[in-house]
Design a protein around this ligand. Structure first.
Ligand code: BGC
Length: 728
């Protein structure tokens, strides 16, 4: 079993595999459809940050023209592999060099045997470049062969839905010359322009056609029997997010790419991705399945980030599909950001800068809702405005109102947490003082205004919210929300004091900019002291929100063949508010985020209570139980949870991988490995490791960057070896 290879041995149309075999480089993402593009496939080509609304409920990441289409004709007759006998088939994702490879040997109805081979990649060096090499071998015949490359502009968002499908772009400015084909997709509402230029090498014997919805360039060959013929398709994609002079710029990019040639471009790309792997690869010895699954999740994380673009962030389904419409959630700061903080701080900074750039929208959002400070959108796209759809479907398929965009407030504290965690691990004061600090203050301000004072109880409350567990809507005093809100205000005051002492000039500047008065700070202090947190320190068991323990109790007793919980008998899935069953951790989530705030016994009591009631209906769930489980010594279950999260897409255990990758789960998998099994934490400003390895793991090796230094960590059963390495 090659630990770098994800293999596919069955030739078929399979929308789940399209997600798994997606290639992305932080800027462009292309789903792993076959080059021929078969009827039921769901092609997806996305450019980070290019959104449109048009007839959709909310803005969506636009599904752009698919530029990797290939068809073969023998004597002008289309060779459709779906109508042939499959003699050999293998497709594999090589995670090491980020290529998708396919080899297919087919026999058509006339007995002609053809082998076709392809390799494609999206460059990690020049993120606009997409390369495809396609070869054909006529094994037992000698006829004219056309290899046709097409850019298909018929793509739709949510193609397979009957009512929600939308065409988000119009094709304009197409140019067909002897050297290249060029086209632009103009998004209909938001007026983004995506420029696609493409050419075939070798560039002789090329027939070019421009059909209404597809631009085609095809190469004519007369090969001898058994002789391989090959074309390289060079494509460059840029957008109005990058530059104004789209045509000239893109033509130059294409020219410089063809001058370099396929091999050199591949080498350059490979060198870049290798640099990333040199830091981020984790090796688990003794468990091939876990080792490979973990690597796949890291590959996904590597594919999503672009440190050079700080106006986009990571979508919940990556650049891998249309689930959640390319929107950014708390998934970024809480689940994925730690991977980048400890592996690619520059990418982490860019993600936090996205929040800074959207601070204005967050402030408007707060104002619109009657609050002060900054309220980050539960789902955001390019501007940071609230993009959560108002309507969705429940588990029975009935239309229901979605309330998360209105009342799932905790994301505001989660963003603040991301800022503080980043600073702790990187000591990037430049970011903090210029940008992060303002986020911390404006979010604290939001919470202080969101908390309502109850005269009768002499306490502050945060009512009518949704916590991380989305089965329960409109609840009062959700533990996670209140706990994090208070933490947010405490940290803002703490850092105000630090900055005042260490950077007095910046302190005065920011105080002026944010306009914080002593009265306001006194109010913040009052909220800290009197914000109600539903935590009875005697019983240790924390109530998820006021009234949760009064709900009908149903424990999970049965699991399906993928080891996922089954709904307990008699549960009405259209009224989950009335049970204690939860979708994902909530109290446990707070313990995962701020572990030092809870003693071991409290963690244990709560873990045992809530674990039995967690349905893991979000892929964000199992990794947290893995980490918490390890911290309280529940090792066996922790391993099960780890495998659930690591295999979420490879085994499609949430049964929705076709809509895109579970990016938060990928980040959670990394965290479960490093913070869970590796037992890594920051203690007194230093990294500390208290590992526990499953019985069959011989060792786990990884690297992390902490305070601008690179550490290599090797954990075996009885030993932890940490070595400092040079960081280039
Ligand atoms: C989860 C949220 C998550 C969202 C996007 C939902 O199902 O409940 O916690 O942010 O998916 O991944």
């Amino acid at each position: 079993m090659n630990k770098w290879i994800i293999e596919d041995t069955k030739f078929e149309v399979n929308n789940v595999k399209e997600t798994i075999f997606t290639l992305a480089n932080g800027k462009i993402g292309v789903r792993g459809t076959h080059e021929e593009l078969f009827e039921d496939e769901t092609p997806g080509t996305y450019v980070a940050g290019v959104f449109d609304k048009s007839e959709a409920q909310v803005k969506e990441l636009v599904n752009l023209p698919y530029f990797w289409g290939i068809r073969i004709y023998i004597d002008d007759e289309f060779l459709n592999p779906m109508h042939c006998e499959i003699l050999e088939y293998k497709r594999f994702l090589n995670m090491k060099d980020g290529t998708l490879n396919r080899c297919l040997k087919i026999k058509d109805k006339k007995g002609r045997i053809t082998t076709v081979k392809s390799v494609r990649f999206l460059s990690f060096k020049d993120r606009n470049l997409a390369l495809l090499r396609y070869s054909v071998i006529p094994e037992n015949y000698e006829n004219k062969i056309h290899i046709e490359h097409f850019i298909d502009a018929r793509t739709l968002n949510l193609k397979k839905t009957s009512v929600d499908k939308v065409k988000h772009y119009l094709i304009k400015n197409t140019k067909i010359t002897d050297e290249f084909v060029y086209t632009e997709a103009h998004t209909r509402d938001l007026k983004y322009i995506v420029s696609i230029i493409s050419t075939i090498v070798p560039n002789e014997n090329i027939l070019r056609r421009n059909l209404i919805d597809a631009i085609i360039q095809s190469h004519e060959f007369f090969p001898e029997k058994g002789k391989e013929v090959t074309i390289d398709v060079y494509t460059s994609v840029i957008s109005s997010r990058d530059t104004d002079n789209l045509f000239e710029k893109n033509l130059n990019l294409l020219k410089s790419a063809t001058n370099k040639g396929f091999y050199k471009l591949y080498e350059e790309h490979k060198k870049e991705i290798e640099k990333l792997w040199n830091i981020s690869n984790i090796e688990i010895e003794g468990d091939e399945k876990a080792d490979k699954a973990l690597r796949f999740n890291i590959f996904v994380l590597l594919s999503m980030a672009n440190p050079e673009d700080d106006k986009v962030s990571l979508a919940a389904k990556g650049l891998h599909g249309e689930g959640y419409k390319g929107h950014v959630f708390w998934d970024t700061e809480i689940y994925m950001l730690p991977f980048y903080i400890y592996s690619f701080p520059k990418a982490a900074r860019a993600m936090l800068m996205y929040r800074y750039h959207t601070l204005k929208a967050a402030k408007e959002n707060a104002k619109k809702n009657g609050y002060k400070g900054a309220q980050f959108a539960w789902e955001s796209a390019d501007t940071g405005d609230e993009e959560t759809p108002k309507w969705g479907k429940d588990y029975y398929g009935n239309k229901v109102r979605i309330w998360t965009g209105d009342i799932e407030y905790h994301i505001t504290a989660d963003v603040a947490l991301g800022v503080v965690e980043y600073l702790k691990a990187t000591e990037d004061w430049n970011f903090f003082l210029n940008y992060g600090f303002e986020i911390l203050l404006e979010t604290a301000r939001f919470w202080a205004s969101r908390a309502e004072y109850s005269k009768e109880k002499d306490r502050y409350e945060i009512n009518n919210v949704i916590g991380p567990d989305e089965f329960h809507e409109h609840v009062n005093n959700n533990f996670y929300t209140n706990f994090l809100a208070r933490w947010n205000i405490i940290k803002a005051i703490e850092y105000l004091n630090i900055v005042k002492e260490k950077y007095p000039e910046i302190y005065s500047k920011i105080k002026k900019k944010v306009q914080i008065t002593e009265d306001e700070l006194n109010h913040w202090r009052d909220v800290i002291n009197k914000l109600f947190i539903p935590w009875d320190k005697e019983s240790k068991l924390i109530e998820q929100f006021e009234g949760y323990f009064m709900l009908e109790d149903k424990e999970i007793k049965e699991f399906d063949e993928k080891n996922m919980p089954k709904w307990p008998k008699g549960v009405d899935l259209s009224n989950l508010n009335k049970y204690q069953l939860i979708k994902q951790p909530d109290v446990i989530m707070a313990m995962f985020i701020l572990p030092e705030e809870f003693d071991d016994e409290t963690k244990k009591v709560n873990y045992e209570y809530y674990e039995k009631r967690t349905m893991h209906k979000s892929s964000l769930s199992p990794s947290i139980y893995a980490i918490l489980g390890l911290s309280i010594g529940n090792h066996e279950k922790a391993y099960q949870h780890f495998m659930r999260t690591a295999l979420v897409d490879l085994e499609n255990n949430q049964e929705n991988t076709e809509h895109g990758i579970h990016a938060a789960s990928a980040g959670g998998t990394w965290q479960a490995a490093i913070f869970g099994f590796g037992g890594m934490k920051i203690k007194e400003n230093k990294l500390e490791f208290k590992p526990w390895l499953p019985k069959h793991w011989k060792s786990m090796k990884f690297k992390v960057i902490f305070k601008k230094k690179l550490y290599s960590v090797c954990i075996t059963k009885n030993n932890v070896k940490v070595t400092e390495k040079a960081l280039f």
